[in-house]
Ligand binder design. Structure first.
Ligand code: HEC
Ligand code: HEC
Ligand code: HEC
Ligand code: HEC
Ligand code: HEC
Ligand code: HEC
Ligand code: HEC
Length: 716
């Protein structure tokens, strides 16, 4: 079975390769040059977590313990060989081992370190295990990975991580919609210019040229220097922020107001999320404190922090006393030292459960809460168990118009039903020049099961920019889904001719050719997709399907095996391999379906095909139970299979119920009509059987008519 929803999500995800290494803008230099004249600051700044937030892995950072993750049945161990570091992954049931070289560490290790592998194409892949500093240091899963079906060694990190954790990497025009390809040389850590802006002119004129000194900004603007990275209302699907579409990611200059670059959003007040506490939320929490709200713009991050140094408790106490001068003379107040220890205790973060951080919501101590109590990881799937409700503007609280607020309602589907008409109205009223708005509108319609209505919005985007890749690729995919194959081909061919490295457009083109049985074109396109992105599992599956349909089963199997050597436990690959084996090696097919289901217990395609396999092997009870697990509200074939299996088991009532559910999806579906009548007949309900057959006998489909008439004649 093809999984359109999943495929579509993939299509919406990334986008084509980008310009390679060059300085972000001529205004920036290598910040090591600043040290020449500001030695003291450079030396103390180097000790901070920010300066050490991104760097090549060092020998002393290589964890020695082996770590086993029970839920996914995988073990991880770091190895050092010839001066290189690798992470080796083995499965508990002895599947292929796999190794990835570790190139970088993200995170100073004050609280945690993430390990990154760099692919030859320049993607950075986050490893599934992190090192955490609590309890003298231990390995555990990376945030979001504590589940049986985690992404293992497949998750490419986006430009967002790099924006918050590093100096600008020299990719001038990148947008968040792009495939995150990084240049070969990357900066190492957050540098001076992230807070001071481009420094070339200043440095090359012996310090006479202008450079931003945040001290001279207003309180609000000074705080924005920090908010660019420290303001996150939530990292669960919302969206918490949107970078303005006309702003490249790595372009924010702290001399400009933050809202001219990015807008922040939040959950609506009054939900159980009001007291949320997450990793990058220091500013979000501080802004909730009475101290902040009632101080106008006198309270900023630098009231307590010197950004060039590690924070000292004495400096914090002095800051508190600056506004609470009489506290020490208050008789009821405890003898007051280290104000933060009682008023800003460390608290465990909900999104990174192995980390506890200072709670910046300054408040009266709350003895009832245990801020360090263990938490288990929460997983929210967009559109399923994630937040549903209004997404409200947070910073600025009142954007200039409704375009971005309306967009925020649909981006992660939090408020999609109300958001769609709202965004449509905002588009009409404001006619934005950037094509991304219309593309997001189209995608919202698509995710809300209205693909045909999305077409005009793709065309609107292409009228603004005929080469806009997200519009071309998604328009082509949508035309294909809607069966307009000629238009789909023209669109996708344009996409690959303008963006020859876009793996997802090639993949879509391969599927289109495959659907039209143009095998050699299909093969060529699938191979282009793999060449552009060797980690793209979908491309291997498509290539294998094309090879198998061209009669080259062994090449198909080789393709899947090659992909499985890269990703030994990718459940969908295992399912595809099992599909190939189902006809000639049912034992091996069964093994691979079961392995896929162990890794991804809800994988419908594996349940469905395994049910078919058991049916062929006449193992009906097992077939029924997998067929039940394969049911999907809109998939008629899933109900049909369940019905047919129950017929084979002579459970006619259950079969009739399943046929009815198939007919609820498509009321004129011939096999279901005939099946339902047969099942009803078998239970002795001839009246209902006759009514259904009479209806079928009037069908425009001649085959169905004759089948129905034949059955009618057998009814008593
Ligand atoms: C470019 C993004 C960015 C900017 C700008 C930024 N921070 Fe940070 N900050 C971070 C990240 C990421 C960390 C965590 C680094 C780590 O430990 O790996 C951090 C850590 C910190 C810490 C923890 C202590 C430490 O060792 O670094 C403090 C305090 C801090 N930031 C304060 C500030 C203040 C104050 C400002 C504004 C003047 C600011 N930050 C601006 C990204 C940023
Ligand atoms: C909006 C900015 C932002 C984004 C995006 C972001 N982070 Fe962070 N991250 C931070 C800040 C700020 C901290 C420091 C939090 C603190 O100490 O209060 C942090 C802390 C961390 C730490 C712990 C560092 C330490 O030792 O204190 C790790 C590891 C980390 N982030 C990894 C990542 C990864 C991986 C991604 C991308 C998937 C990511 N972050 C995306 C802002 C961000
Ligand atoms: C995380 C943000 C951040 C980073 C990184 C940073 N600075 Fe600063 N810097 C500031 C802020 C904020 C001020 C103003 C502090 C104040 O209000 O007193 C400042 C002030 C300064 C000043 C003026 C000092 C004065 O007394 O007026 C100099 C010089 C300076 N920084 C140099 C550097 C150099 C060199 C680096 C890199 C080694 C660097 N800064 C990195 C945020 C930062
Ligand atoms: C060739 C020496 C030199 C280099 C290189 C240099 N500076 Fe400076 N910087 C100076 C001098 C001199 C001043 C002025 C000191 C003063 O007026 O008190 C200064 C002042 C500053 C100020 C305060 C500006 C103000 O208006 O108050 C900041 C911030 C600053 N430098 C940051 C940087 C950063 C960031 C870099 C690297 C990108 C850098 N400097 C490189 C010499 C240098
Ligand atoms: C820029 C000034 C400023 C600073 C710095 C400051 N506060 Fe406050 N704080 C205030 C104001 C204003 C209020 C509100 C007073 C009121 O309710 O009348 C307040 C209220 C409080 C409250 C009562 C909170 C509540 O919810 O009732 C506590 C506790 C407190 N501050 C502790 C601290 C501590 C501890 C520090 C240092 C870590 C600190 N403050 C730093 C201005 C400040
Ligand atoms: C009223 C004082 C105060 C203000 C204002 C303040 N902080 Fe802090 N911050 C602290 C204290 C105290 C710590 C704990 C320091 C420690 O344990 O070393 C801290 C720690 C941090 C940390 C590291 C978290 C951890 O537990 O390791 C980050 C990141 C941070 N602050 C960012 C910010 C940012 C960004 C702002 C502005 C939005 C800000 N702080 C404003 C007092 C303050
Ligand atoms: C040992 C814990 C502890 C320490 C340390 C501590 N406080 Fe408190 N503080 C408290 C408690 C408990 C209360 C609440 C009293 C109440 O609710 O009446 C409080 C209340 C406050 C209030 C609100 C008082 C009011 O009149 O409403 C302020 C302001 C405050 N503290 C500031 C500080 C400052 C500034 C420091 C550091 C110089 C500090 N505290 C150190 C425990 C502490």
């Amino acid at each position: 079975m093809l999984y359109l929803a999943l495929l579509f999500a993939l299509l919406l995800a990334g986008c084509g390769a980008k310009d390679t290494a060059q300085p972000v803008s001529s205004g920036y230099i290598d910040s090591r040059a600043c040290a020449g004249c500001h030695a003291q600051i450079a030396l103390s700044y180097a000790q901070t977590g920010m300066a050490r937030a991104f760097h090549p892995i060092r020998p002393d950072e290589v964890p020695t313990a082996k770590f086993t993750h029970e839920k996914s049945g995988r073990s991880y161990q770091f190895l050092t060989r010839d001066g290189k570091v690798f992470l080796k992954r083995t499965t508990l049931d002895g599947g292929f081992p796999i190794e990835k070289e570790i190139h970088y560490v993200l995170g100073s290790g004050n609280h945690a370190r993430s390990f990154l592998h760099r692919t030859p194409q320049g993607r950075l892949i986050e490893m599934p295990v992190n090192w955490y500093s609590e309890r003298n240091g231990f390995l555990a899963m990376s945030p979001g990975y504590d589940r049986p079906d985690h992404l293992d060694m497949r998750r490419a990190i986006g430009y967002q991580c790099a924006f918050c954790h590093n100096a600008y990497p020299g990719i001038p025009k990148a947008s968040l919609l792009d495939d995150p390809i990084f240049p070969a040389k990357l900066p190492e850590g957050i540098d001076c210019q992230r807070c001071h802006g481009p420094g070339r002119e200043h440095a090359s004129s012996g310090g006479r040229g202008k450079i931003l000194n945040p001290k001279k900004l207003s309180g609000t603007r000074k705080m924005e220097v920090c908010l660019q990275c420290h303001l996150e209302s939530t990292s669960f699907p919302l969206p918490f922020s949107i970078v303005r579409h006309d702003q490249p990611v790595f372009s924010y200059n702290p001399a400009q107001p933050l809202e001219s670059y990015i807008l922040h959003f939040d959950h609506a007040r009054g939900t159980p999320r009001d007291d949320k506490f997450e990793i990058a939320g220091s500013a979000y929490r501080l802004r909730q404190s009475k101290c902040f709200r009632l101080s106008e713009d006198r309270l900023t991050c630098t009231t307590c922090h010197n950004p060039h140094e590690r924070t000292r408790a004495a400096a914090v106490d002095a800051a508190c006393r600056g506004c609470h001068p009489s506290i020490d003379s208050q008789a009821r107040h405890p003898a007051s030292a280290d104000c933060a220890s009682c008023h800003m205790p460390k608290r465990r973060t909900e999104d990174v459960v192995h980390v506890a951080l200072t709670d910046h919501k300054i408040q009266r101590p709350n003895a009832k809460l245990d801020p360090l109590a263990p938490l288990s990881e929460r997983h929210e799937t967009i559109g399923k168990d994630s937040y549903r409700g209004e997404v409200v503007p947070y910073y600025p609280a009142q954007p200039e118009n409704d375009l971005y607020p309306a967009l925020a309602q649909v981006l992660n589907q939090a408020n999609i039903e109300k958001g769609i008409p709202r965004l449509a109205a905002a588009l009409k009223q404001h006619q934005p020049a950037h094509p991304a708005f219309a593309v997001h509108m189209a995608q919202a319609l698509h995710s809300n099961a209205k693909p045909r209505e999305s077409l005009p919005y793709y065309h609107q985007a292409l009228a603004l920019d005929p080469a806009y890749l997200p519009a071309l690729r998604n328009l082509g995919a949508t035309q294909f889904r809607l069966n307009d194959l000629t238009a789909a081909r023209a669109t996708l061919e344009k996409a690959v001719s303008l963006h020859p490295n876009d793996s997802l457009s090639w993949l879509e083109l391969a599927r289109l050719h495959h659907a039209q049985r143009q095998m050699s074109e299909a093969l060529a396109a699938a191979r282009k997709a793999i060449a552009a992105e060797p980690e793209l599992i979908e491309a291997y599956k498509t290539l294998a399907a094309i090879l198998s349909d061209s009669g080259d089963r062994s090449a198909a199997e080789q393709t899947l095996l090659a992909a499985l050597r890269e990703q030994p436990d990718e459940p969908e690959l295992l399912t595809s391999l099992a599909n190939l084996e189902a006809n000639n090696n049912s034992a091996s097919a069964e093994l691979h379906y079961l392995a896929a289901l162990r890794l991804s217990p809800g994988l419908k395609a594996a349940h469905f095909n395994l049910a078919l396999l058991y049916a062929n092997l006449k193992r009906f009870p097992e077939a029924v139970s997998h067929s039940e697990a394969a049911l999907e509200p809109n998939r008629i074939d899933s109900f049909l299979l369940l019905a047919q299996l129950n017929m084979a088991l002579r459970d006619f009532r259950t079969a009739a119920a399943a046929y009815r559910r198939a007919l609820a999806i498509q009321p004129t579906h011939g096999p279901s009509l005939i099946g339902l009548a047969t099942a009803l007949g078998a239970t002795g309900d001839f009246r209902s059987a006759r009514a259904i057959l009479t209806q079928a006998a009037a069908s425009p489909d001649s085959k169905l008519r004759s089948e129905a008439n034949q059955l009618l004649s057998t009814l008593p």
